[in-house]
Design a protein around this ligand. Structure first.
Ligand code: PLP
Length: 261
């Protein structure tokens, strides 16, 4: 059997904890072959993002063309997309090339508050990328921005997921990591309109850098291995819980989630 092949379309974290570095480490841990289409670079460490720099859109096109020419990619994910033009370039390329189910992780701001996506790009994400999403994986604040509605309770989470599905995402996962409480509960709305929740005890640690990236890249890897969507989400929830438990204390700020094996 050919090795499953996947690609992350995202930004680089020089600090090695999030972005394409987290994605590629996750792909390796999940035993799929990982590639990367770089959209932006960040000068970053565990304290936060100091600077960011976009890759020219023409070079995004070149990376897509190179990979499409030589590999059989079975699944892909997006992460940091920088601005409107870059979201448009990624959406246009994704329409042209067949890279399998697309997991859209609508990354907006880093933990320290540095923007990873300019505000003007949100509309482009909604109109160009969400309709191509096999699944979208917002956290609660991102789901609020995308739907334009406050999310205060379970009913509003379910409503937000339905709104995102109406925008065109086939499956929706609203991650509960940013809520209060003893458990981190994710709400999952599937293509057939059925839904379920996944809960895990909240781990007290500051080493959570790259949590969202690791979760969405694990789902991408599992889909490439032919898991069903539900199986992929369950595996990813377990994987991210383990990766938070194994988070590493490097640097003086938020250390990265981690998975040694
Ligand atoms: N830097 C890059 C390049 C990212 O893609 C992300 C998240 O997707 C982050 C930073 C933010 O990670 P965190 O919110 O865990 O600090």
């Amino acid at each position: 059997m050919q090795t499953p092949q996947v690609v992350t379309i995202a930004g680089s974290d020089s600090g090695g904890g999030a972005g394409i570095q987290a994605d590629l480490k996750t792909f390796q841990a999940r035993k799929v072959f990982g590639m990367s289409i770089l959209v932006a670079l960040t000068a970053q460490n565990t304290q936060g993002v100091q600077e960011s720099l976009p890759i020219p859109c023409s070079f995004i096109n070149a990376q897509f063309a190179s990979l499409a020419d030589d590999f059989q990619i079975q699944a892909a994910k997006t992460g940091m997309l920088f601005d409107q033009d870059h979201v448009q370039a990624v959406a246009d390329n994704y329409r042209n090339f067949s890279f399998g189910p697309l997991i859209v992780d609508p990354v907006m701001v880093a933990k320290g508050g540095h923007p990873l996506l300019q505000k003007e790009a949100i509309q482009t994400i909604k109109t160009e990328l969400v309709p191509q999403a096999y699944a979208i994986t917002p956290n609660l604040p991102e789901a609020e921005v995308l739907t334009g509605s406050k999310i205060r309770n379970k009913e509003e989470i379910s409503k937000a997921a339905a709104t995102l599905q109406k925008m065109g995402a086939r499956n929706v996962i609203i991650k509960g990591g940013h809520s209060d409480g003893k458990e981190a509960t994710d709400f999952v709305l599937m293509e057939d309109k059925s839904s379920f929740q996944l809960s895990a005890p909240r781990i007290q640690t500051k080493n959570t850098h790259g949590t969202g990236d690791t979760f969405s890249s694990c789902i991408t890897a599992e889909l490439a291995k032919n898991s069903t969507f539900k199986e992929a989400v369950i595996i990813a929830k377990k994987f991210i819980q383990g990766a938070i438990e194994e988070g590493i204390s490097v640097g003086s700020g938020h250390g990265p989630t981690n998975h040694w094996a």
